[in-house]
Design a protein around this ligand. Structure first.
Ligand code: FES
Ligand SMILES: [Fe+2]
Length: 322
């Protein structure tokens, strides 16, 4: 399960997606159902009933906080335990569980751990901009036809800014750059991933980006004394299909009337990237030795190293029922 994406905490979706009840979502090839049991945080189960395989996401949430299968009405709680089998009072419920995944709500997002056999994984380490209650946030969602590793690398890549984004966030860099310019990319490893910064001809603009393993980028935009960040959450759906959540966080201009303006800008920047990334094709990133790279690829090569050493080939084991 979760081939090449096992044993990690990942953001999954925004809480507002759950307003209308259970929601089906595909993560790294696995169909999941997400729901909010009354009085509890959130529940994530495999979207497959252990009885005959119907999609639990087509069912309803009972007042007791169980999801009820739409086919024969079996009921499962947030931990996947079977609480009721209609018409068969002798059924041994402990043998008839659904598969649950560890899940949390952090900030406005549902996070899930991609290993159902892990009873108590360490808590997700979430970038400050995604969790601090004092910040205003806007969210934009996108879907790209590419392998998620291509989209992730794009988010960690500084030298594309003056080309892909020459009309938006790369405008200043495009203006300063000459044919003789030199960009120096610095990478600093951190307990949760790494920090990348870049200078252009020795000048440091003050922006830097963080990579939070396995799939979050946080871009720190320098505004003196203020918090302004753009996060890219790169979520593998299926091979060749990637969901992106772009979240901007800020501690100024907090009025929600400004959200459409910020969202418009973030959408525009993401769409600039999309055309180029999708042109690469739908395969995963190759091993570093299979492509030509230069010094300014330092941050993306760090991601590639992490992917090949820690994620690729990983797969979690379903827990046996009961
Ligand atoms: S398929 Fe779910 S209860 Fe029968
Ligand atoms: Fe970009």
């Amino acid at each position: 399960m979760f081939a090449s994406f096992a044993g990690v905490w990942t953001p999954l979706l925004h809480l507002r997606e759950l307003r209308r009840g259970p929601r089906a979502v595909t993560l790294a090839g696995e169909r999941l159902v997400v729901f909010r049991p009354p009085g509890a945080d959130v529940a994530v189960l495999l979207d497959r009933c252990p009885h005959r395989g119907a999609a639990l996401s087509l069912g309803r949430v009972t007042p007791q906080g169980c999801i009820e299968c739409p086919f024969h009405g079996w009921q499962f709680d947030a931990r996947g335990r079977n609480r009721h089998v209609p018409l068969d009072p002798d059924a041994r419920l402990s043998r008839l569980s659904a598969q649950a995944l560890p899940a949390r709500v952090v900030g406005d997002l549902v996070w899930v751990y991609t290993d159902p056999s892990a009873e108590a994984p360490a808590e997700p380490v979430v970038a400050e901009g995604l969790r601090a209650a004092s910040l205003a946030r806007t969210y934009v969602q996108r879907e790209w036809r590419c392998h998620w590793t291509r989209a992730m690398e794009n988010m960690l890549d500084s030298p594309h800014l003056p080309f892909v984004h020459r009309r938006t966030i790369g405008k200043a860099m495009a203006r300063q750059m000459t044919a003789a310019s030199r960009m120096d990319v610095r990478w600093e490893a951190t307990p949760w991933g790494g920090r990348a910064s870049a200078t252009l001809d020795g000048r440091d603009g003050g922006a830097y980006l963080e990579f939070h393993r396995p799939n979050v980028m946080a871009l720190h935009i320098p505004v003196p004394g203020r918090h302004l960040r753009i996060h890219a959450l790169v979520i593998p759906a299926e091979p060749g299909r990637t969901r992106l959540i772009i979240c901007q966080s800020r501690d100024f201009a907090r009025s929600r009337w400004l959200n459409p303006l910020f969202s418009w800008m973030n959408r525009r920047i993401a769409d600039e990237d999309r055309a180029v990334v999708e042109s690469i094709g739908s395969d995963e990133v190759p091993a570093a030795a299979q492509q030509r790279s230069v010094a300014t690829d330092r941050a993306t090569l760090q991601f590639r190293k992490y992917y090949f050493e820690s994620l690729r080939g990983s797969a979690s084991q379903p827990r046996s029922a009961g």
